[in-house]
Design a protein around this ligand. Structure first.
Ligand SMILES: [Fe+2]
Length: 245
């Protein structure tokens, strides 16, 4: 099986039963807070730094370094989408839901042990060779979704602009003002390009003939997937969600 298919098989599994609860009404404010505190502290806040660690271990391949640098620039400043740093936009969205910023300070909540493990794994992988594995985990696995296969095939098109904001569950079901959803706008504006870059970089630098490298890249993504499932299970447990619900 080629590298693309092995990575797509991982992405097909980036789904969790508790996600459905986040797309419909019925969660309490406390349940939403638990979910978003975990997301912020586990990878949203430090995502630009994790990408920086990937860039820091790349060999002198100008196109790879430029694509990663552009991604970091957007994530830490919002410069490409004319917005703001994505972690900052996330906190604005939280304020739109009525959550104060201090609730997202390190130590404001006790992360579920599975969340601590997933965060530690991402930090380790981002800084460890081979750089292609770090790049795949951060830019394909963390930034990507279960829609990756359809998005690459052109059969799934990510919602953008007003359409993305006005149909967002936080706006529709949880009273978040559309003006607080700049993160969704920024992602709609730039994420398509980042998805294409991510796949181009990884597939262009993992020759099918180099099985040890292809195996290392695939295995890193599989480890991330397993840790992510445990993380999502842990957050669902903290939210008091049951699989039957
Ligand atoms: Fe982002």
């Amino acid at each position: 099986m080629d590298v693309a298919e092995r990575l797509l098989a991982v992405m097909d599994q980036k789904d969790h039963w508790a996600y459905a609860a986040l797309t419909r009404p019925g969660l309490t404010k406390d349940q939403l807070l638990v979910h978003f505190q975990h997301e912020y502290l586990v990878y949203v806040r430090d995502f630009p730094v994790l990408l920086g660690n990937v860039l820091g271990q790349t060999p002198p391949l100008a196109d790879v370094r430029a694509a990663l640098a552009a991604n970091i620039y957007e994530e830490q400043t919002g410069g490409l989408s004319q917005s703001s740093a994505h972690p900052e936009l996330f906190l604005c969205m939280m304020e739109g839901l009525g959550f104060e910023r201090r609730l997202f300070d390190e130590g404001a909540c006790v992360l579920h042990p599975s969340a601590q493990s997933y965060r530690a794994l991402l930090r380790d992988i981002a800084a460890a060779p081979p750089w292609q594995a770090a790049c795949a985990v951060l830019t394909i696995f963390v930034e990507g979704s279960k829609n990756e296969r359809a998005e690459l095939a052109g059969t799934f098109v990510r919602a953008q602009g007003d359409a993305a904001v006005m149909h967002h569950p936080l706006v529709v079901h949880y009273g978040c003002p559309p003006a607080a959803m700049k993160l969704t706008r920024a992602h709609g504006a730039v994420e398509g390009g980042h998805r294409a870059d991510a796949w181009r970089i990884v597939l262009g630098n993992v020759p099918g003939s180099d099985e040890p490298l292809a195996g290392a890249v695939t295995q890193a993504c599989q480890r991330a997937l397993a840790a992510w499932h445990r993380y999502r299970d842990g957050v669902a447990e903290r939210m008091g969600l049951r699989i039957a619900a």
